[in-house]
Ligand binder design. Structure first.
Ligand code: GLC
Length: 506
């Protein structure tokens, strides 16, 4: 069985994770020192956000050199040490690959303008951060296309030379020993090169129709995936598809394309409702091509923290959400800090923000005539800084504050931190022993705020209601979770081992 199918991944936002050299920013040295913490937690894979040289306009997603390490985070030798130490601990490492665009200070932008997309006149396409997606380049006297910030110029994937350059980048990292890639906004690579105006909805918002999921995308992705798999047959490829529509997301999860894609239809929901969660679990089973697995997550560096957004600061609910992603069928991704119940940061002024998405929202609000207060409110909704605050570790060791000039840190109650961490630990340890990760559902149902499923010889129950529930199957023995008077405790999850007659599993 492919290793990723039984791996629990852990996303590390490197800048806020652990500061090894005391300069106020997380780095590779700090991350390596913290590998034992991850062993203690019990995860099996890391997705590391970009650590390449960058102007840091979009926190590293504006890459200036694909084959090096930003001095802010250390050196290539530090990366190799990190990789070696991770492997020693049986932790796989997946790195972020931002192939849709480079920073405008990447040497290609000057040396190979044909690697980028130029136009005499902009059309109505907008950047995902707001404003026009075209910027004027004085030297060339033309507009270049950037689907994100003005400093992130989109690569021209219609030029075969771009593909060849990127293959060498992929080879470089695979040769170093990474186990896979997380492909950033990968469905954006191809465009409708006749540049028709995008449709506009009733609120005047320009929709992203002709600037993603365009003709040729399957060809490009098949070629890149095959290239990686030839070099490394067990490479893991996970794609970020910029969409929250399940059919679009699921389409890219395919034996010849990506191993899995991020299910934003599930993970980035705005408000929590158990029935909706259940329906998404069912839909993913229906819509994904046979044999493909969904991804299960409730957080990332791009969205509000699940402890605030979904659990509403409710500790049992936070644990129950963890229960679902670690027991339902799919590849789980825990976002750093979720395992200690970190909550969203709040902002008293735009000067406390670092994320371009928040800062741009503020500036656009002011330009549109909003009051400072309104613009700050709007920016606070949009800024991804909420989820990017310095990591809080369960052992109480705080991120160094001495030189930290950027995001502030929330105070979190140490009791909460300990409790949630211990829960993750127990469940991850159970998951490893019980080996249900690749089992299909033989049952998946919903009744009165309770989601229940059976996989292999285990029966799982997630009770989202405030009442005790009699959910135990007749021949099930409780092996994880808590019952009260023979019924499953409110807002809690339990696992039962289905005992067959005359058979002793232990
Ligand atoms: C992805 C990243 C996000 C970044 C964007 C542009 O969505 O997760 O952080 O801003 O791509 O690279």
């Amino acid at each position: 069985m492919k290793w990723f199918k039984q791996t629990v991944f852990y996303e590390i936002y490197i800048k806020s994770f652990c500061d090894g050299n005391g300069d106020g920013f997380g780095d590779l040295l700090g991350l390596t020192e913290r590998l034992d913490y991850l062993v203690e937690l019990g995860i099996g894979g890391i997705w590391l956000t970009p650590f390449y040289p960058s102007m840091q306009v979009d926190n590293g997603y504006d890459v200036s050199d694909y084959c090096a390490v930003d001095p802010l985070y250390g050196t290539l030798a530090d990366f190799q040490v990190f990789l070696r130490e991770a492997k020693k601990r049986d932790i796989r490492v997946v790195i972020d690959m931002v192939l849709n665009h480079t920073a405008t200070n990447h040497r290609w932008f000057k040396e190979h303008p044909d690697y980028y997309i130029w136009k005499e006149q902009p059309n109505n396409w907008t950047s995902f951060f707001g404003g026009s997606a075209f910027s004027w380049d004085v030297e060339r006297g033309q507009y270049y296309y950037h689907s994100f910030a003005h400093e992130q110029a989109d690569l021209n994937w219609a030029n075969p030379a771009v593909k060849e350059e990127i293959k060498q980048v992929l080879r470089f990292w695979l040769d170093l020993g990474v186990d896979g890639f997380r492909f950033d906004v990968i469905n954006n690579l191809t465009l409708d090169l006749t540049f028709p105006d995008n449709p506009v909805d009733e609120n005047g918002e320009v929709l992203h129709k002709y600037d993603k999921d365009q003709l040729g995308i399957d060809g490009v992705l098949t070629e890149l995936a095959a290239f990686c798999r030839d070099l490394r047959p067990d490479v893991f490829l996970v794609g970020e598809i910029s969409s929250d529509q399940l059919p679009e997301i699921a389409r890219y999860s395919h034996p010849e394309l990506l191993d899995v894609t991020f299910n934003f239809n599930f993970g980035s929901i705005e408000t929590f409702a158990p029935e909706k969660l259940f329906q998404e679990l069912v839909e993913m089973e229906k819509v994904l091509p046979a044999g493909q697995m969904p991804t299960l997550f409730f957080g990332s560096h791009d969205m509000s923290r699940s402890f605030s957004r979904l659990a509403n600061q409710n500790l049992p609910l936070a644990k129950l959400l963890a229960f679902v992603i670690l027991t339902a069928r799919g590849v789980p991704f825990i976002y750093n800090g979720e395992e200690v119940g970190m909550s969203d940061l709040t902002f008293a002024s735009v000067s406390e923000m670092a994320d371009i998405q928040g800062i741009m929202a503020y500036e656009q609000g002011i330009t549109a005539g909003m009051s400072e207060q309104q613009a700050l409110f709007d920016a606070s909704q949009k800024t991804r800084d909420k989820a990017r605050g310095p990591m809080i570790f369960a052992d109480g060791q705080a991120f160094s504050t001495a030189n930290r000039t950027w995001l502030k840190q929330n105070q979190e109650s140490s009791e909460k931190v300990q409790q949630i961490f211990a829960y993750y630990q127990r469940l991850l340890a159970f998951r490893k022993l019980a080996k249900y990760a690749a089992e299909p559902y033989t049952l998946l149902q919903y009744e009165e705020e309770c989601i229940t499923y059976q996989r292999g010889k285990y029966f799982f129950a997630a009770n989202f209601s405030k009442h005790k529930k009699a959910v135990a199957p007749p021949n099930g023995r409780l092996v994880f979770g808590q019952e009260e008077q023979g019924r499953l405790a409110p807002l809690s999850g339990a696992i039962y081992l289905m005992e067959e007659e005359n058979e002793d599993y232990y």
